[in-house]
Design a protein around this ligand. Structure first.
Ligand SMILES: [Zn+2]
Ligand SMILES: [Zn+2]
Length: 141
């Protein structure tokens, strides 16, 4: 049925914070290998969906934000569960109205198809780049 929403649910490790995103509204998907994503996730890179406000639904609990100055000059706020610390999504000042939802917080992220890789310049040398994706040295554009 055209126009129907297809909600995918997600949440933190302890279950306190829950949200849902409408798959039909997703504006893009990417991996980011910047140093801030490496530190914030405690891993080699972050993978996320670009979710417009209209396609994001806060279902339960309240995420806490931590803001840093992004490399482009604007602020980046990463939201996480105040109890378990699990990363949920980010908001970027230069792209208002969009949340960058972390793939690992989705209950099922197997449907995702990331199209791009950001910050290849700071990717760890032991991480293999997937074939066929648009690779950007830093942020795109
Ligand atoms: Zn939690
Ligand atoms: Zn990043």
């Amino acid at each position: 049925m055209s126009g129907s929403k297809s909600w995918e649910q997600g949440g933190c490790l302890c279950g306190k914070v829950r949200y849902a995103i409408d798959r039909g509204g997703i504006a893009g998907q990417a991996h980011c290998h910047c140093r801030d994503c490496q530190r914030a996730t405690g891993s080699a890179f972050a993978t996320f969906c670009f979710v417009p406000d209209a396609s994001f639904r806060a279902d339960q609990g309240e995420a806490k934000g931590f803001t840093v100055q992004g490399t482009s000059g604007g602020s980046v706020t990463r939201f996480f569960c105040p109890d378990c610390g699990a990363q949920l999504y980010s908001e970027v000042a230069v792209m208002p109205g969009v949340r960058f939802v972390k793939s690992g917080s989705l209950d099922d992220a197997s449907w995702m198809e990331p199209q791009a890789v950001f910050w290849c310049d700071t990717a760890q040398p032991w991480v293999a780049m997937p074939d066929g994706l648009a690779e950007h040295a830093t942020n795109p554009g």
